[in-house]
Design a protein around this ligand. Sequence first.
Ligand code: GTR
Length: 419
Amino acid sequence: MKAAYFLTLIAIPFMVTAQFEPNYDETKVPKFTLPHLLTTFSGKSIGTSKKWEEKRRPELFQFFENQIYGKVPGNLDEYSFKVLEQSDKAYNGKARRKQVVVNLKKNGRTLDFHILIYLPKENPNAPVFLGYNFYGNHTVTLDPEVSITKAWVRNNDNFGISNNKADETSRGIRTNRWAIEKMLDNGFGLATIYYGEVDPDKDDFSDGLHTLFYKEGQSNPKTNEWGSLAAWAFGLSRAMDYLEDDTNISEVIVFGHSRLGKAALWAGATDSRFSGVISNNSGCGGAALSKRKFGETIGRINRSFPHWFADSFEKFSENEETLPVDQHQLLALIAPRPVYVASAVEDEWADPKGEFLSAYHASSIYQLYGKKGITNKKMPDVNSPVQNTVAYHLRTGKHDVTDYDWDQYINWAKSFIKQ
Ligand code: GTR
């Protein structure tokens, strides 16, 4: 009897995971009331951007910080960086390359991460896209001078990565996702970081950024403290500390794909130095509305990736109804700065319609700032971008980052960057 009970206890969580059937049927999307952007939790309506900044934004921000992504527990003790290498001969002399190491210190512990930067030589003070990569800086380019990360990397047979170590075999395997020459030709630069150097993407809090902040005897963040997404967002801000002082860089638009799109959105919400934010296929816990429960859900993401969010987010697993916010309000925290949400037709797991509706519903705060968001509630046709201060496109194809996406981001960024 006791043994059977014990077995049931062990078996249930696995069964729930195994049984998860994502809903891809629009008629089965539950009826829900979207939490109102411009009404405070106590029911007061917000009619000006001033009131938004004084009353509504802070309470929403605190909710996302304490109940979803988790709080950063304090400040660093020390921060420093060093340009390890630079050249003006990259991309056949078209680009200036810099490889910068950033060093973070706290409680006597230390962490290094590397920023790879390409800047168009023709533009001595260029805007850059800043974005994490999934497998190491050496994977975004065939440039033989880019150093290979020594950090833990997820194994990938296709990329020749085993024993969680990257080597020459994986150089350039992700060039398809980073249209570097296109950026350079349009006057933009790229700054990229391997996200695993900031926090390895595994359910293990014994490594990465979190450990720097532990008090004596602590081995996990507290319930309302940061998961990996917030740690990655914090890393983007520390990259920004360097980038904003680099005299060859004018401004920084933060970009991310998928889980790193979720991190980019949170970075945009927490750090107003980013002059624009791009969420590429960020899905659940990113741009997609949670209450639609279409594709990936809160319960599913918390079970598959228990380390991404604060533990406090767990109470909304299979319980989206009680969530007093939704992800359009995350986008709204970025206002009035430009934000771009992009989806892909075959990426139903990320709920393209939920991503679109989020951008649409966030737009009311942009209006209060006199900026144009998404004004038509009907989803635009495939490959027909709508590019205002809030921008959206749905492209053909899969969960990925393509040249088409970069064409749109570059075009849109040109509309608001100071040149
Ligand atoms: C999936 C996850 C998504 C998305 C994606 C990715 O497995 O369910 O939320 O983040 O990974 O990052 O590629």
